[in-house]
Design a protein around this ligand. Structure first.
Ligand code: ADP
Ligand code: MG
Length: 447
């Protein structure tokens, strides 16, 4: 299958080939003709399978004819997070280079002046997070009566984040005659219900989810014998130091853990920064751009913040603990080993994680090899933890560690001990610039 066979315009085909794409992904080759044919579409395919272009490309051609009116967007794309909204906007810029479509982005945390101006003039595409959209609608800033197309993207993530009532509310503000597209990685019953409520005879396109994780990923488990966060942090560092890590994502289950782990890694000389929903937008954008550009080695993230983020070519994934949902394990480690590249994943498992870990093993149906960096066991036995008393064993063993830290002479053990009782404040590791500083340039002008 080629892009040429899908019924897209010449201008769009040119933009696609300059973007470097040679052939459509399975969800794209099925969804694009269906959208061009004016059908409602329910598209289900795993994260990272190119769902964005599956709707952005045909939307550009659909919107190419016709004009927008003041305050009346012609199409609306709802995204669960600001980052995802920005990424979709970037996609419109990339593929829309040969078109004259206008766009606005309604997301929390960024200055609104230019977007408001664009909206006033009328936009072809409005990309929004639910809260901000409802807010602006209720203030009378926006008329939705002219809407021709609606996209509910990352629907399962919307569900996880509690946005379903918002989506229902938004749909009730829209004209009934419109094309509605819904994309999701999974299809839980709540999403099926949403689809049947707001779509008209949708074409259901399902690309079988990878029941299995890619073979290009080597998966390892690091089994720790105690439940202790300090031990986890130490283990995480040693694992990272024992591998050749070009870049990687560290996944945590809680926002507070994201902050603590990022701080701890930075403190021990690792280039790491946190990303989660409570951090200022400017900081999140800045961090993500650094990571994408190769200027940040380790991104410490929560599942929600990371879901759907377009981060190509990650060499390593580290799970600070197994995720509460075994599907998320597949999503997490699917961040590496993409497009035939090799990747490694490491999951820290303490006794308290056994249930979660069993669920993961059942889900992936693969042997996950145990891994233990040299010297880590001994080091952990010496750690001052709530479960173990400090100094019970000889300290000389620390020299057998194979860690790559350069200042190993003075050792960080004292710092370790100090840190054990210390709760790190949940603040970003780098300077936080003023809101709006990192609004990408493309948001400042119509495309
Ligand atoms: P999803 O929404 O399904 O999680 P995205 O739309 O974010 O996936 O796309 C994931 C990655 O795949 C992005 O880096 C995107 O640029 C890339 N991609 C999308 N379509 C193609 C294609 N046809 N060929 C190659 N790469 C693609
Ligand atoms: Mg997506």
């Amino acid at each position: 299958m080629t892009f040429e066979q899908l019924g897209l315009s010449e201008e769009l085909l040119k933009a696609i080939s300059s973007a470097g794409y040679t052939e459509p992904t399975p969800i794209q080759s099925q969804a694009i003709p269906a959208v061009l044919g004016m059908n409602d579409v329910t598209g289900i395919a795993q994260t990272g399978t190119g769902k964005t272009a599956a709707f952005v490309l045909p939307m550009i051609d659909r919107l190419a004819s016709g004009r927008s009116k003041a305050r009346m967007p012609r199409s609306l794309i709802i995204e669960p997070t600001r980052e995802l909204a920005s990424q979709v906007a970037e996609n419109f810029v990339k593929y829309g280079v040969n078109h004259k479509l206008s766009m606005a982005l309604l997301i929390g945390g960024v200055s609104f002046g230019d977007q408001d101006k664009a909206l006033m003039q009328g936009v072809d595409v409005l990309i929004a997070t639910p809260g901000r959209l409802i807010d602006q609608f209720e203030r009378g800033k926006l008329l939705l009566t002219g809407l021709e197309m609606l996209v509910i993207d990352e629907a399962d993530r919307m569900l996880d984040m509690g946005f379903i009532p918002d989506i229902e509310k938004i749909c009730s503000m829209l004209p009934p005659r419109r094309q509605t597209l819904l994309f999701s990685a999974t299809m839980p019953p709540e999403i099926s219900r949403l689809a049947s409520q707001f779509q008209t005879m949708p074409k259901r396109i399902e690309v079988s989810r990878p029941a299995q994780t890619a073979d290009t990923i080597s998966q390892y488990v690091v089994e720790l014998s105690i439940n202790d966060h300090k031990a986890r942090r130490t283990a995480l560092r040693r694992v990272i130091e024992s591998r050749e890590v070009k870049n990687g994502i560290v996944f945590c289950n809680r926002k507070s853990e994201v902050d603590i782990v990022a701080k701890s890694l930075s403190k021990y000389g690792h280039d790491a920064a946190p990303i989660h929903g409570d951090l200022p937008q400017s900081y999140r954008t800045q961090t993500l751009e650094k990571f994408r550009g190769g200027d940040l080695k380790l991104l410490v993230a929560s599942d929600v913040a990371a879901r759907g983020l377009d981060i190509p070519d990650v060499g390593h994934v580290f799970n600070y603990s197994p995720p509460p949902n075994s599907d998320d394990y597949v999503h997490r480690i699917g961040r590496t080993g993409r497009a035939g590249r090799k990747g490694e994943s490491f999951t820290l498992v303490c006794p308290e994680d056994i249930k979660l870990w069993d669920a993961v093993k059942k889900r992936v149906q693969k042997d996950i090899e145990p891994y233990m960096p040299e010297g880590l066991k001994e080091e952990l036995e010496e750690l001052p933890t709530s479960g173990k008393s400090y100094g019970a064993k000889g300290k000389s063993k620390s020299s057998s560690r194979s860690g790559s830290r350069s200042n190993s002479k003075s050792d960080n053990r004292k710092d370790d001990r100090k840190q054990a009782g210390e709760l790190l404040p949940p603040a970003p590791a780098g300077p936080v610039k003023g809101l709006g500083d990192h609004v990408p340039a493309f948001l400042q002008r119509p495309i």
